[in-house]
Structures are given as structure tokens and as C-alpha cells.
Design a protein around this ligand. Structure first.
Ligand code: CP
Length: 345
């Protein structure tokens, strides 16, 4: 465990206690232990509304999952006999594959629903698709959708647990959690750090979830980008707004770069990619504005030469590879925490 976080680890979280079994049964046939934390809902739809205690509890659980993934600790098959369906209406490499690995590492039967080959192509609505899958009695649906709010709507219609794997420009809660875990492993704490989130803030669910989480854990958050990519009123989320990299990166501890999300843009927001890189792309020259020990993050997928230079993306201060590893651990933690809500637990 990394020392130094000024928040206590998992304080006050509900401890779940199984009824006592005869000792022989415990030894012969012990069910996998329940997680020591429980989320208040059977769904994870966003960072919005989560307390610092719940977030820190998940990060602590994810630390244990890192040890499982690195084969330092034994697997916890808390999802043995459970079915997890990954339902992705939008492209994904990292999130979908890490949810699949996470589910399998916890013993679940995992099915990836290929939406491209599904009845969605024949005009079926997202709700009808979800209801159809729900009728097959899965335990967990992991859903990504291109429309903000679609995952929450779907969660109201099904009887299983739902995890938001990214909904339009709204939220990407597991990305923010894995980013926080990565930062905490390097800096020991989130509280008191200054984090600059740079680039296409307007179209980014990653930015929104990170702003909510980092503020909840006591970081100072800045957003940096051209005014065309900064939503009006963003400061109401508790961020400082900068439109140039020199002042925006001055003395920051963490730089999070974001991709230009052209698939969500209607119209032109930057004059040219070349000009965008000149003013807002992170290269060694702009990195020097930050603290000497500042670290660089990117949720992926990256566009090299657009928002980030390869020398920085692949350099010593980049945490981008580690973010991917922490993605599996955080998704294991979320699945494990939600397991407490599954019937018969
Ligand atoms: N960061 C992220 O959500 O990546 P994918 O789109 O590959 O899942």
C-alpha cells in the first residue's frame, strides 16, 4: 500500500459478514470471500454522487487486484458462476478488453456482444436490445453508448447490475478511477496535487469524470485548451480555465492529455491539426513549463503528433502504459464491489 494519502483507507465502509458455516464446510467448500466494501447502488453509472470514502475504497480494492494480476496474490473468484455481458455500441480497445480480462480473472463467464452483428443493425433500440439480453438473466451488463444518459436509462429497465463504460460526453467513471489509482501509486496522494487536463474538454467524458473525482479527493484541477474546446460554464465544475499551455502547465504535478474527439464534433473546432499541435500538443518544450517531476497521462487512444509528441508519450515521465495495466485492476475492483449486490450474496 502506498503510504501518505491523507484520506484514511476505506474508513466506515460497510463490512459484509457471511453467516457462519460449520467449520468442515468452510474448509471443504468455502465460497469466495465477499469484498470488504460495498457501493450504495447495484450500478456504477458515474463518479457524480460518489463520496471520497467510496472512491478511496475502490482504489484500495484495486491495489489488491494489481497484486492478483501480477500473480503475487491468489485469484478471488467472487464472480464464479456469474455471467457478465459487455455491450459496446461504440468502438473500444482498452475498456472492453480490460473488462473482459477483469471478469475472467474473477471467475465470471464473460460474453462480448458484437453490436455490429446484432439486431441493432436492423433498427432495434438500445432499450429493446438490453431487455432482450436481460431476459437471458446475466448478472452484470457493462455498457458503452454514444449518447449521454443512455446507460442510466438502460439501467432503469434491467434487473441486473449495470456499469457505465462511457456514455457520450457524459461520464467514463472507470477511466477516472484508473487514472486516480495510477496517480496515487506515483505521488502517494491525490489531495493537494495540481492536475492540468488539456485539449478537447468539450467533447470529453474522461475530462468530466476526472474533474469530479479529482475535486472530490482534494486536487486542484485546471482545464487547458483553445476556447472553442472549452465548454461555457466549465468553471462551475470547480476548475481553473486556461487557454494557453505556458500558464496552464505552470507548476502542475500531473498533465492529462486528451484526444481531439472528432467523432463527436459537429463542425470545425480547430483551424488545422498542424496549428493545434503547435499551440496545444504536448512536446518536450511545453512539458518544461510543468514541475520537474510532473507526470504525463493520456486515456488513449492517442493521436501522436496531434495532441502529444511521441518523444513525450514514450518518454520516462509517461504513465500511459501503466494506466492500461491499472484499467484491469480498477475494473476488477468495481466488479468485485458490485458482486455484493448480486442475488444470494
Ligand atoms: N480510454 C478508453 O476509453 O479507451 P477505449 O476507447 O479504447 O476503451
Amino acid at each position: 500500500m502506498i503510504p501518505g494519502d491523507n484520506l484514511p483507507r476505506s474508513p466506515g465502509l460497510r463490512l459484509l459478514v457471511r453467516p457462519t458455516l460449520p467449520i468442515g464446510l468452510v474448509l471443504m467448500n468455502a465460497p469466495p470471500p465477499l469484498p470488504s466494501i460495498a457501493l450504495p447502488s447495484r450500478h456504477l453509472l458515474g463518479i457524480d454522487g460518489m463520496s471520497a470514502t467510496e472512491i478511496v475504497g475502490l482504489l484500495d480494492l484495486a491495489e489488491e487486484a494489481v497484486a492478483v494480476s501480477r500473480q503475487i496474490e491468489k485469484k478471488k473468484a467472487v464472480l464464479r458462476g456469474r455471467t457478465q455481458i459487455n455491450l459496446f455500441f461504440e468502438a473500444s480497445t482498452r475498456t472492453q478488453s480490460s473488462f473482459e480480462l477483469a471478469g475472467k480473472r474473477l471467475g465470471a463467464d464473460v460474453m462480448n456482444m458484437a453490436v455490429g452483428n446484432s439486431a441493432v443493425k436492423k433498427g432495434e433500440t438500445v432499450i429493446d436490445t438490453a431487455m432482450t439480453l436481460n431476459a437471458m438473466r446475466p448478472d452484470i451488463l457493462v455498457v458503452r453508448h454514444y449518447a449521454a444518459g443512455a446507460v442510466e436509462l438502460l439501467a432503469q429497465k434491467v434487473s441486473c447490475s449495470v456499469i457505465n463504460a462511457g456514455d457520450g460526453v457524459h461520464e467514463h467513471p472507470t477511466q477516472a478511477l484508473l487514472d486516480a489509482l495510477t496517480i496515487r501509486r506515483h505521488k502517494g496522494t491525490i489531495s493537494g496535487l495540481t492536475v492540468a487536463i488539456c485539449g478537447d474538454i468539450a467533447h470529453s467524458r474522461v475530462a468530466r469524470s476526472n474533474i469530479l473525482l479529482l475535486n472530490t479527493l482534494g486536487a486542484r484541477v485546471r482545464v487547458v485548451g483553445p476556447s472553442t474546446l472549452l465548454p461555457t460554464g466549465i468553471e462551475r465544475l470547480g476548475v481553473e480555465v486556461f487557454t494557453d499551455m505556458r500558464s496552464g502547465l505552470a507548476d502542475v504535478d500531473i498533465i492529462m492529455m486528451l484526444r481531439l474527439q472528432r467523432e463527436r464534433m459537429e463542425g470545425s473546432f480547430v483551424p488545422s491539426v498542424r496549428e493545434y499541435f503547435h499551440f496545444f500538443g504536448l512536446d518536450e518544450r511545453k512539458l518544461a513549463y510543468a514541475k520537474p517531476d510532473a507526470l504525463v497521462m493520456h486515456p488513449g487512444p492517442m493521436n501522436r503528433g496531434v495532441e502529444i509528441d511521441s518523444a513525450v508519450a514514450d518518454g520516462k515521465r509517461s504513465l500511459i502504459g501503466e494506466q492500461v495495466e491499472m484499467g484491469v485492476a480498477v475494473r476488477m475492483a468495481v466488479l468485485e464491489a458490485l458482486a455484493a449486490h448480486l442475488p444470494n450474496n
